[in-house]
Design a protein around this ligand. Structure first.
Ligand code: CU
Length: 94
């Protein structure tokens, strides 16, 4: 046990988690994720042409690529692809 541990000076840091949401076919998969503040979501294009519209993300239609968003505040964030009806997903940050 180190001196720092003994004196309580070592912060317990939560590891940052990155969750992936895939854009494929006519939907996001999964359609909902729950993460913690500071975590990231990586949107990944994996089939078909899609755009991505939502908080801190405005990506024109493309067929390949990724977009990573970091979430620093609690809340529910909704994303959509306007090319496909009902193609939505949401990120819940706790
Ligand atoms: Cu789409």
């Amino acid at each position: 046990m180190s001196l720092l541990t003994l004196t309580g000076l070592v912060p317990v840091a939560d590891a940052v988690v990155t969750r992936t949401i895939i854009l494929k076919g006519k939907q996001f998969s999964p359609r909902s994720v729950t993460i913690k503040r500071g975590d990231k979501v990586r949107f990944r294009w994996a089939g078909g042409s899609h755009n991505l519209i939502g908080p801190r993300a405005r990506v024109a239609a493309q067929r390949n690529g990724t977009k990573t968003v970091t979430f620093t505040a609690r809340g529910t964030y909704r994303y959509k692809c306007t090319l496909h009806k009902d193609m939505t997903t949401r990120v819940k940050v706790t």
